[in-house]
Every structure is written in C-alpha cells, then in structure tokens.
Design a binder for this molecule. Structure first.
Ligand code: NDP
Length: 292
C-alpha cells in the first residue's frame, strides 16, 4: 500500500503557487483576489470558508469573506454577486454551499460570471470541461487529478468506479476520468443510491472514487486487490478525545481497505487538502487570465 499524501503534495503545490503569486504581484502591483460569500451559520461551511481564507493568505493572495445573515433575500444576494462580477479587483468569486432553502442554488451558480467561477460550477465551465476545453475545474476533482499527476499514476485504460453523482464531486469526476487526457482515459462507471448492486460495481474497479457522505461505506470486501482508492468523504462525529470536539471519518474504511489497495488517500490528510489547492490554482489562473 502506498499513501496518496495530501499533506505532502498540497504543501509542494502551494509553494509553487506562492512563487507565482509573488511574480504576479511584482508584475501587476496587486495580489490575486478571492471573494467568498457565506450565508447563514452552518458550522462546517464556516470552517471550510475560514480554511480557504487562511490558505489564500498563506500563498500571498488577497481574500475577502462576505458573511450574510440567513435572512438575506435571493434578490439581495444576486445583486451582490452582480456587483462583484463587475469589480475589476475581484478575480475569483465563490458562494459557499449549502444555501438556505429560500435561495435557489442554481440561480446563484449561474449568476456568477463564469470567468470568475473558480469553483467551476457554472454551466459554461461544466460544458467546456466536458469538451476538454480550458475551463475552471471543480476544486475537489481538480485536486484529485493533481494528486494522481504528482505521483505519476497513469490511469489510462483503467476501469474507474465513482460512487456518488453530486454536481460538485461525483459527476465532474466521472467526466474528467473519462476524458482523453492523463489522468483520464478511464472506462468510467458512475454509481449512486439507485444503482442496483454497488458492491458488485465497485469490486470491478481499478480506481475507486468514494464521494457518498457515509462513514466507512466502502469496506474491504468491496475492493479488488491492488485498486487505487480515493476517499472524498468527510463525515464528522462528535468526540471528546479531540481538541476540536469532533473527529473526521472518510467514506472508506481505511484500516480494512488500505492493505488491499495499491494507493489510498487518508482522511484527514488526503483529498480535503487537495481541494484547497484546486481552488487556489483556479484563483491564480483567473487572476492571470490564462483561461479566459
Ligand atoms: P452529496 O450528498 O451531494 O451526494 C452524495 C452522493 O452519494 C449522491 O449522488 C447519492 O446518490 C450517493 N449515495 C448516497 N447513498 C448511496 C448508496 N447507498 N450507494 C450509492 N450511492 C449513494 O455529497 P457530496 O458529493 O457533496 O459529498 C460527498 C462526501 O464528500 C461528503 O462526505 C462530503 O462532506 C465530502 N466532500 C469532501 C470534500 C473534500 O474536499 N474532501 C469536498 C466536497 C465534499 P443520489 O444522487 O441517488 O442521492
């Protein structure tokens, strides 16, 4: 078993980003600027946004966190997005999901200028990704590709099984792994809660991407000997043994599955750290105008 070490790889790539941000500053007199909008008081969302902001500072980006109360109307939020779309000093704009029920996430996603959509959720970026054109790739799948590339893993010809079909992880991951590029060139099976026999499908996989949101869903009896296992899941459980008061678990039963796998990501210390890297890379590309 070899570890796909998110700590090591993210630190290395962040160092490269830091140098590029410094060069950008020297050339233009300004830093790449990411704006994150957070609505309401979801604990996990607040942690994610704080971590994104902290990482921006770390690599020499400017970051702004705009925090609205849950009571903000959809119209007010869309007006703010339009204002930021028009602001030349903003390179990347993200709205942290989930949003309160009275706000339509699709309308919000489409309101963001696709040239600032560093989460890669806008239909323009999604369509361009499918066609293998330059675009912003959603941060988590992007981070996973960067991880595979770092370790020089050639996925060409592999059978990939993605578990979970969300717009932010499972679906884009399945598109990216099927694309004619490396990492990619896989034969992809995308599974979800209606899939008849998930275990049977996963057992066929050379590469498994687990993005379900259920602690230890993937067990050793579902994994073929030598498979590559990418665990996206972040499941929080209260714990009185940690300083934070909670403990994180993946969608994969790491202890059981690791001995059977050729490569595996830990949780924490795997995909989560690479997701941040994906976002930082997109923000840098937005600032440099290298995509649009
Ligand atoms: P969603 O809840 O949006 O999607 C979960 C997917 O899992 C759905 O497609 C669902 O199917 C599928 N699913 C649920 N139960 C089963 C089952 N029994 N068998 C097969 N498929 C099933 O989750 P996300 O994609 O947003 O997130 C998944 C996990 O990844 C979560 O733990 C989340 O916290 C974590 N995450 C981690 C990130 C990171 O940076 N590491 C970033 C984003 C998410 P259906 O569509 O039919 O309902």
């Amino acid at each position: 078993m070899n570890l796909l070490d998110g700590k090591l790889v993210s630190a290395k790539i962040k160092e490269d980003i830091k140098q590029e941000a410094a060069a950008f500053l020297a050339e233009t007199g300004r830093k790449p600027h990411l704006v994150a909008i957070l609505v309401g008081n979801d604990g996990a969302s607040e942690t994610y946004v704080a971590s994104k902001m902290r990482n921006c500072e770390l690599v020499g980006f400017e970051s702004t966190n705009i925090h609205f109360d849950t009571s903000i109307s959809e119209g007010e939020l869309l007006a703010k997005i339009n204002e930021l779309n028009a602001d030349g000093g903003v390179d990347g704009l993200i709205v942290q999901l989930p949003l309160p029920k009275h706000i339509d996430p699709e309308r919000v996603t489409e309101a963001i200028d696709y040239r600032k959509d560093v989460d890669g959720f806008h239909p323009v970026n999604l369509g361009r990704m499918q066609r293998n054109l330059p675009c912003f790739i959603p941060a988590t799948p992007y981070g996973i590709l960067l991880m595979l590339a770092h370790y020089g893993i050639d996925t060409s010809g592999m059978h990939a099984v993605v578990v979970g079909r969300s717009n932010i992880v499972g679906s884009p991951m399945s598109i990216l792994l099927a694309r004619n590029s490396n990492p990619g060139n896989c034969t992809v099976t995308l599974t979800h809660s209606r899939t008849r026999n998930v275990k049977e499908e996963v057992l066929r996989a050379d590469i498994i991407v687990a993005a379900i949101g259920k602690k230890h869903f993937i067990t050793a009896d579902m994994v073929k000997e030598g498979a590559i296992v990418i665990d996206v899941g972040i499941n929080r459980e209260m714990s009185d043994r940690t300083k934070s008061g909670y403990k994180l678990y993946g969608d994969v039963d790491f202890e059981q599955v690791a001995p059977k796998s050729s490569w595996i990501t830990p949780v924490p210390g795997g995909v989560g750290l690479m997701t941040i890297v994906g976002l930082l890379k997109n923000t840098l590309e937005a600032a440099k105008g290298s995509i649009y």
